[in-house]
Design a protein around this ligand. Structure first.
Ligand code: SAM
Length: 206
């Protein structure tokens, strides 16, 4: 049985995301991806960055099965680690000593608007505990800027999210940055991405 899940958006955004990641990720070590979902991003990034180990994770067992299936399907089983069962709120995150010591960056795509706000807090707090000075936490997704949506489609998406779950919603970049600051992260760079998404690079100060 093929357990791969297909998220159509990943095909549309993966190359643009990988292009920005290529400018910011380190040359070696482990990158931890939070909320990997189907695993389609993970296998593409592992292939694009062969000198890194791409560590996927997700709390949803069906998604973890999909990630494993994608790893096998792409012939990456000898290189890429199996996904970790990781819920950002359950701290400390269940990372091996090797992963902790070789961790170089954390990437989180399309999670903070589809989870309660406390998950964003937990993400920054634990990322701050795990990363070292000048290492980065990279977020991708839709954001409000100065409290305003940057497109009509983001506004409608936000309404749909909130209708599904009142604790979800497109986050304001200033509010996210404030949580970053509380956890010793500086906003290093904001990149405007296709389809009104942003990629935001947060760097640990010390
Ligand atoms: C919209 S999907 C995005 C998946 C993938 N990153 C992508 O862009 O295709 C949201 C993901 O967030 C994950 N998620 C939700 N709450 C989470 C939590 N508390 N900790 C970690 N991941 C979470 C879900 O399991 C799901 O995989």
């Amino acid at each position: 049985m093929d357990e791969r899940i297909f998220f159509p958006a990943t095909e549309r955004n993966r190359d643009a995301i990988a292009d920005v990641l290529s400018e910011v990720l380190p040359q070696s070590g482990i990158v931890l991806e939070i909320a990997s979902g189907s695993g389609e991003h993970g296998v593409i990034f592992q292939t694009r960055f062969p000198n890194l180990y791409w560590q996927t994770s997700d709390p949803n067992p069906s998604y973890r099965k999909s990630i494993s299936a994608w790893i096998g399907h792409q012939g990456l089983s000898n290189k890429m680690p199996e996904p970790i069962d990781l819920d950002v709120e359950k701290t400390p995150w269940p990372l091996s000593l090797e992963l902790r010591s070789s961790l170089k960056a954390i990437v989180c795509i399309n999670m903070i608007h589809i989870s309660p706000w406390k998950c964003t807090n937990a993400l920054f707090k634990e990322a701050g505990n795990l990363l070292k000075k000048n290492q980065v936490l990279i977020l991708y997704g839709p954001f409000k800027i100065d409290g305003e949506h940057i497109s009509e489609s983001n506004f409608r998406f936000d309404q749909t999210l909130r209708a599904r779950n009142s604790l979800w919603g497109v986050r304001d970049l200033d509010a996210v940055s404030e949580i970053g600051t509380k956890n010793r992260f500086n906003k290093r760079k904001i990149v405007h991405m296709p389809a009104n998404n942003l990629l935001v690079i947060f760097e640990l100060k010390k």
